[in-house]
Design a protein around this ligand. Sequence first.
Ligand SMILES: Nc1ncnc2c1ncn2[C@@H]1O[C@H](COP(=O)(O)OP(=O)(O)OP(=O)(O)O)[C@@H](O)[C@H]1O
Length: 246
Amino acid sequence: MTAPMLEMRNVVVDFDGFKAINDLSLSIESGSMTVVIGPNGAGKSTMCDSIIGRVRPTSGKVLFHGREIQAEAEHSIVGLGICRKFQTPGVLVALSVIDNLTIAATRDRRWWTKFGRKGEAEARSRAEEILETVGLAPRRDALAGNLSHGEKQWLEIGMVVATDAELLLLDEPTAGMGAAESTQTAEIVKALVGKHAVLVIDHDIDFVSQLGGHVVVLHQGQLLREGTLEQIRADEEVAAIYLGRA
Ligand SMILES: Nc1ncnc2c1ncn2[C@@H]1O[C@H](COP(=O)(O)OP(=O)(O)OP(=O)(O)O)[C@@H](O)[C@H]1O
């Protein structure tokens, strides 16, 4: 039997006696979409931190294609093919959209780790492709600093995609967005699935329903439920704890 692409096995993250992640086990398959929801403080960001190597599990294992990565440095985890987008966009505001994407594509993790820097022409052609994927073709030459909040988020998704990571971690990609921008974000994220596995953290249930992925509910650092959004919505314990229904 082949190992899942990513597996968290009995992971505990203990901050001075407080278990932000408490015996969490879950698997993510290649090319899949997993959406993590849960109340504030459920441990969603800490879960991402423990996958990417920003936080060390106190116990348990994180495996990527069967290889233990829980003790690896963040940059080597990125080199293996896991890349994370944070809530706050980290684009280079003085550069154009296409230049931001080209720089990110130049740092394609496979070229970075195995062959040195990718050629400028190849990186630019990859950047042009990603420009379409994230819907920013009309804003190609705009300075990143002049983009709207939503456009900056899409550019940063594009920069994560440009690394050609196998697993993309998107932490609240719709933070601060209105309904129309959230819908467009769902379309962008759905288009990434297949080529990449995507793990999305988000609070917005409308957005989660537009994504249509496998839903994981975290509560107090533990996996409360997983399934389709319909199964999650029908679950009375989840409704009481998270969706606010008695
Ligand atoms: N470095 C830390 N030291 C101590 N406690 C922490 C640390 N990081 C997170 N926590 C605590 O761990 C718990 C889980 O936090 P986390 O940010 O992972 O939750 P979350 O589900 O992402 O919440 P939110 O939806 O509000 O972003 C919270 O109670 C938080 O205060």
